[in-house]
Design a protein around this ligand. Structure first.
Ligand code: ADP
Ligand code: MG
Length: 522
C-alpha cells in the first residue's frame, strides 16, 4: 500500500480542520484554566485542618481521578435524560465535553497545586504572620505566588495532556480534529494519510502552546532576573529625593515610667508530654535590651515565639504596655493579638525573606498590606535600607544577597512596621563568621536608639556588651536574670559563667567557641 502524499498535504488546506483546531484550542484552554482554578480550591480544601472541608475534597479527588474521561464524557452528554433542566447546555457537545474535562482536570490539578502549596516553606507563613498579615493576605501575597511558580512546569505539562484528551470528545460528535478526520476517511478510506494529518495538527497546537508556556516560565523564573546594584550616582539621586534623616527607631523615652513594655506572667507551654516552658515570669521595661542565653533545647526559641503569638501558651498571660494581649486559650487570630503582633517586630534565624519579591518589596509588603500609601512606604523602606547599609541593593532579589545582607533586610522589614519591641531569634547563627559583625552592628545601633529588644543569642561578648540584662534559661525555666556587670563580677554562680565561657578568675569572656564546640550552645 502506498502513502498518498499529495492527499496528505492537501489536508492542510481543509477549512474544517482549521476550524476544528480552534475548537480544540478553546476546549482545552477553557478546560485547563477552569480546572486549574477549581483544582486550587480543592487543593486548599484538602489541606484544610477542618475535616468537614478536607474529607469531601479528598473524596472528590480520589473519585474523579479514578473515572476514565471517556466514561465521564458520555455520561455528561446523556445527563439531560435524567435531568431535563440541563438539556439546554449539555445537549451541546462542546459544553458537555468541557464539563467532563473540567471535572476530571480539577481533580488532577488539585494534586499538582497541593504539591506546590506544601513546598512553600513554613517560615514564609511565619514571617507573614509576624508582620500581621491575615489569612487571605498571606495566601494572596506570600503563598500563592510562590506555590504557583513551583507548580507551573507541571501545570503546563497538564495543558498538553488536556489538548490530547480533547480527542476523546469526538465520541459525542463534537467537530474537533479527530471527528473531522474520521468523517473524511469514512468516505475515502485513506486512513493513514488522514490520521497522520490529524496528528500533525495536534503537534502544531502543542508546539505553539509549548513555546508560549516556555516564555511564561522564563519570564517568571526569578533566577533569570538580575537587577544590578545601584551605582553611586543613582544612590546620590535617591538620597536627595528622600531628603530625610536616616530612619530612627521610635523613641521609647516618652514611655519611660509608664507600664512595662512587656510582662510575661507564669508562661507554660508543652508539646504533648514535653513541658518546654515551666512558668516563665519576665518583666521588660521600655528601652531595655534583654539577651536570652541557654543550652540548646532550653526553650529560648519557644519563649520568644510565644511573645508574638507564633506559639500558643497553655497557661499564663502576656501583657503589652500594660494592656492584656495574650491569655492561655486565646484564638491566635483574636483582634487584640493581631493588633499586638503589629507592635512587635521579629527577626528569624533563617531570615525568611520573601524570595519572589525584591528587597524593596520585602520591606514595603507589610506597611502596604496594612494600608499605608505606596510612596510613603517606599520612602520609609529606602530610608531603612540605607540605615542597614543596603540601599544600593534595593532592587535586587533575596537570592542575590549574602546571608548577612539578607538578615539586615529582614531587620529593615521588621522595622518598617514601626514596632515598639523587636524580637531576635539567634539572628547570626546561620551566618558565616565574617558576616556576623555587620548584623550585630545594626542590632547594636538599634539598642543605642533605645529600641526595646529581646535577643536570643549565643554571641556572648555581644550579649554582655549591649544588654541591660542577660537571662539564662535552662530546662524551661529562667535560671538567672542579671545585669552583665553582675555576671562579670561573679555574682551569678558558676553555671552561668561556665556556660558563657567566662573563666572564674578573669573578668572578660573568653573563648566562646569553646562552648560552641562542646555543643552546649543552642
Ligand atoms: P532552644 O531555642 O532553646 O534551643 P526550643 O525552644 O527550640 O529550644 O525547643 C525547646 C524544646 O521544645 C526542645 O526540646 C524541642 O525539641 C521542643 N520543641 C520545639 N518546638 C517543638 C514542636 N513544634 N513540637 C514538639 N517539640 C518542640
Ligand atoms: Mg532556638
Amino acid at each position: 500500500m502506498q502513502f498518498e502524499w499529495s492527499y496528505f498535504f492537501s489536508l492542510f488546506s481543509v477549512a474544517d480542520f482549521w476550524e476544528s483546531c480552534i475548537t480544540v484550542i478553546e476546549l482545552s484552554a477553557l478546560g485547563w484554566f477552569i480546572g486549574m482554578l477549581l483544582g486550587f480550591l480543592l487543593a486548599s480544601a484538602k489541606l484544610s485542618t477542618a475535616r468537614w472541608i478536607s474529607v469531601p475534597a479528598s473524596i472528590y479527588i480520589w473519585f474523579f481521578r479514578s473515572v476514565p474521561l471517556l466514561v465521564l464524557v458520555v455520561f455528561t452528554y446523556n445527563l439531560p435524560q435524567m435531568f431535563p433542566v440541563t438539556r439546554d447546555v449539555l445537549s451541546n457537545p462542546f459544553y458537555s465535553g468541557l464539563l467532563a474535562l473540567v471535572v476530571t482536570e480539577a481533580a488532577y490539578m488539585a494534586e499538582i497545586h497541593r504539591g506546590g502549596l506544601i513546598s512553600v516553606a513554613k517560615g514564609q507563613k511565619e514571617a507573614g504572620r509576624a508582620l500581621g498579615v491575615g489569612l487571605i493576605g498571606m495566601q494572596r501575597l506570600i503563598v500563592i505566588p510562590q506555590a504557583f511558580r513551583i507548580s507551573l512546569p507541571t501545570l503546563v505539562n497538564e495543558y498538553i495532556t488536556v489538548v490530547k484528551l480533547t480527542s476523546l470528545v469526538s465520541v459525542i460528535s463534537l467537530t474537533e480534529l479527530l471527528t473531522v478526520g474520521q468523517r473524511l476517511y469514512a468516505q475515502n478510506f485513506l486512513v493513514m494519510e488522514t490520521l497522520s494529518a490529524v496528528a500533525v495538527y495536534y503537534v502544531m497546537i502543542v508546539t505553539v502552546f509549548g513555546w508560549l508556556f516556555h516564555w511564561l516560565e522564563q519570564h517568571l523564573e526569578l533566577s533569570n532576573r538580575k537587577p544590578q546594584t545601584l551605582d553611586d550616582a543613582a544612590l546620590v539621586d535617591l538620597r536627595t529625593r528622600l531628603g530625610s534623616q536616616p530612619a530612627q527607631a521610635p523613641q521609647p523615652s516618652a514611655r519611660a515610667g509608664l507600664a512595662p513594655a512587656l510582662q510575661l506572667v507564669n508562661i507554660q507551654k508543652r508539646y504533648g508530654q514535653h513541658e518546654v516552658l515551666k512558668g516563665i515570669d519576665l518583666k521588660v521595661e521600655a528601652g531595655q535590651v534583654i539577651s536570652i542565653i541557654g543550652p540548646s533545647g532550653s526553650g529560648k526559641t519557644t519563649l520568644i515565639r510565644t511573645v508574638n503569638s507564633l506559639e500558643t501558651i497553655d497557661q499564663g498571660e502576656i501583657i503589652l504596655f500594660g494592656e492584656g494581649y495574650i491569655h492561655s486559650g486565646d484564638n491566635p487570630n483574636a483582634p487584640q493579638i493581631r493588633r499586638g503582633v503589629q507592635r512587635i517586630g521579629m527577626v528569624f534565624q533563617n531570615f525568611n525573606l520573601f524570595p519572589h519579591r525584591t528587597i524593596l518589596d520585602n520591606v514595603t509588603l507589610a506597611p502596604r498590606y496594612h494600608g499605608r500609601d505606596r510612596v510613603v512606604s517606599e520612602q520609609r523602606a529606602y530610608a531603612l535600607l540605607d540605615k542597614v547599609g543596603l540601599l544600593a541593593h534595593a532592587h535586587k532579589y533575596p537570592h542575590q544577597l549574602s546571608g548577612g545582607q539578607q538578615q539586615r533586610v529582614a531587620i529593615a522589614r521588621a522595622l518598617a512596621m514601626d514596632p515598639q519591641i523587636m524580637l531576635f531569634d539567634e539572628p547570626t547563627s546561620a551566618l558565616d563568621p565574617e558576616l556576623v559583625g555587620d548584623v550585630l552592628k545594626v542590632i547594636a545601633d538599634l539598642a543605642k536608639e533605645g529600641m526595646t529588644m529581646l535577643i536570643v543569642s549565643h554571641e556572648m561578648d555581644f550579649a554582655l556588651s549591649i544588654s541591660d540584662r542577660v537571662i539564662f534559661m535552662e530546662n524551661g525555666i529562667v535560671q538567672n536574670d542579671a545585669a552583665p556587670h553582675a555576671i562579670l563580677a561573679d555574682q551569678c554562680g558558676e553555671r552561668v559563667r561556665k556556660f558563657m565561657g567566662l573563666d572564674s578568675h578573669s573578668p572578660s569572656p573568653h573563648n566562646v567557641s569553646k562552648s560552641r564546640l562542646a555543643g552546649e550552645v543552642g
